[in-house]
Design a protein around this ligand. Structure first.
Ligand code: UDP
Length: 482
């Protein structure tokens, strides 16, 4: 009998990293691979729920959890603060990140004990290359983004074009990147600026360097979406990569989609009932992912812009910046807003069943912060998007949506900020929403988005591009293992 391929998957403790890894675990497991997800006690609860509840695609017994202690006390974080989502102020971020290196020893011990054939480890654990080398196994990197942004940020890191502009707003071309894409220094993460030293810059440098030297990259993307950039990654940067997404599409059925990531703050059936009563493509879904926080003034502008757009909407407000820090419940809605919006707009305070909502035919537009998971979920649902990037690699994803794929309209954000971005006025919110929902331009974007959604579905079916690339990956790993 053939030995079963065994893989360790170790995501960084943040929803945007854990969610696609859990999807990946289900996918690999459905293709006969034994999976062990490595995580910490608190994160194991939601992971276990996502795996064991209502999953139609896998036998849960095939996915194992291996739990490592989160070194909260060692890095000066409160007990239980095991997910970036629980971080309540920016001063806690460097402490959280300093915990990542402390996982090396326990992870290495786990590899020694369980002897997986391969490890898929987040880019934020740069030491994983050394662990893999020690045991003679491949280290695959997963950092939860796409080919376009990976190529763009690598070319900027290598060629430093921002050194040749005279201001933060003067555009420069991203060297080597197909499509003559321009960017500005203002949209770059501050840790990439020359001479800029902060708590993250050294760590990020190490992470990118390790990334460029690992065995290969597993990408939550599909070839047809960014073919030119997939080729560029492989042929110009000369690195190995396998595209196996969109991973969100492996969640089947209402319960599985609703339970993805976290417990939903609303009853999914109520939400679907409300959406069922709306016309096709008439509702705008507004969400900024799991990390971005806006202050009360910005939320008020969004509320006014939504009302002025005269569209039906579902708006997810996860956290209000200022609340946790000052301990006060700030007033972030205009007076009488919810009464006026009764039946027209739904505000979800907390976690929304995002994929379930986006996939509903009533949804016709998505205001997104361009986190890669959300971007790809919007593509897979075939909806045009209003792009509102905040941090991380979101400004590159905005470029992909607005300039390459042409299924998005920018709301006008200019500056990368770690947790909360530019102040955007309600008029800009209204205008961008109208552009993706009304008239000829919206129709053209919607048609393109629907075509991409079809391609995404084909990519994961038998002989589709993602299906085949996963097959190739498994074959290659087996050639090492046995
Ligand atoms: N998400 C969700 N409900 C929410 C907020 C987020 O299901 O209320 C999911 C979303 O579908 C996506 C992930 O959380 O899969 C967020 O990842 P993304 O890369 O979009 O952004 P991040 O949270 O990492 O900034």
């Amino acid at each position: 009998m053939e030995t079963q391929l065994h893989m360790f998957l170790f995501p960084v403790m943040a929803p945007g990293h854990i969610i696609p890894i859990v999807d990946m675990a289900k996918l690999l497991s459905s293709r006969g691979v034994k999976i062990t997800i490595v995580t910490t006690p608190i994160n194991s609860i939601s992971i276990s729920n996502s795996i064991h509840n209502n999953s139609k695609s896998i036998s849960p017994s095939k996915i194992h959890l291996l739990i490592l202690k989160f070194p909260s006390a060692e890095v000066g974080l409160p007990d239980g603060c095991e997910n970036l989502d629980f971080v309540t102020n920016t001063a806690m971020i460097p402490k959280f990140i300093s915990a990542f290196d402390l996982f090396q020893t326990p992870f290495e011990e786990a590899v020694r004990e369980h002897r997986p054939h391969c490890i898929v480890v987040d880019m934020f654990f740069p030491w994983a290359n050394d662990v893999a080398a020690k045991f003679g196994i491949p280290r695959l990197n997963f950092h939860g983004t796409g080919f376009f942004s990976t190529c763009a940020s690598e070319f900027i890191r290598i060629h430093e074009p921002y050194k040749h502009v005279s201001s933060e707003t003067e555009p420069f071309f991203i060297p080597c990147l197909p499509g003559e894409i321009t960017f500005t220094k203002m949209k770059l993460p501050e840790f990439m600026w020359e001479n800029y030293k902060n708590d993250l810059s050294e760590f990020m440098k190490r992470a990118h360097e390790a990334n460029s030297k690992c065995y290969g990259l597993v990408m939550n993307s599909f070839y047809e979406l960014e073919a030119e950039y997939a080729e560029c990654y492989r042929n110009v940067l000369g690195r190995k990569a396998w595209h196996i997404g969109p991973l969100s599409l492996y969640n089947k059925g209402i319960e599985e989609k609703a339970q993805r990531g976290n417990k939903s703050a609303i009853d999914e059936h109520e939400c679907l009932k409300w959406l069922d009563s709306q016309k096709p493509n008439s509702v705008v879904y507004v969400s900024f992912g799991s990390m971005a926080k806006f202050n009360a003034d910005q939320l008020k502008e969004i509320a006014i812009g939504l009302e002025a757009s005269e569209k039906f909407f579902i708006w997810v407000v996860r956290k209000v910046k200022g609340d946790e820090e000052k301990g006060e419940d700030k007033d972030w809605l205009p007076e009488g807003y919810e009464e006026r919006m009764e039946g027209k707009g739904m505000i979800i305070r907390g976690w929304a069943p995002q994929v379930l909502i986006l996939d509903h035919p009533g949804v016709g537009g998505f205001v997104t912060h361009c986190g890669w998971n959300s971007t790809l979920e919007g593509v897979a649902a075939g909806v045009p998007m209003v792009t509102w990037p905040v941090a991380a690699e979101q400004f590159y994803n905005e470029k992909l949506l607005t300039e390459v794929l042409k299924i998005g309209v920018g709301v006008g954000v200019q500056k990368w900020v770690r947790t909360v971005g530019d102040f955007i006025k309600s008029e800009a919110v209204e205008k961008a929403i109208r552009r993706v929902m009304e008239g000829k331009e919206a129709e053209e974007m919607r048609n393109k988005a629907k075509e991409l959604a079809e391609m995404a579905k084909k990519a994961i079916t038998e002989n589709g591009s993602s299906y085949s690339d996963l097959e190739a990956l498994i074959k290659e790993l087996k050639s090492f293992a046995f």
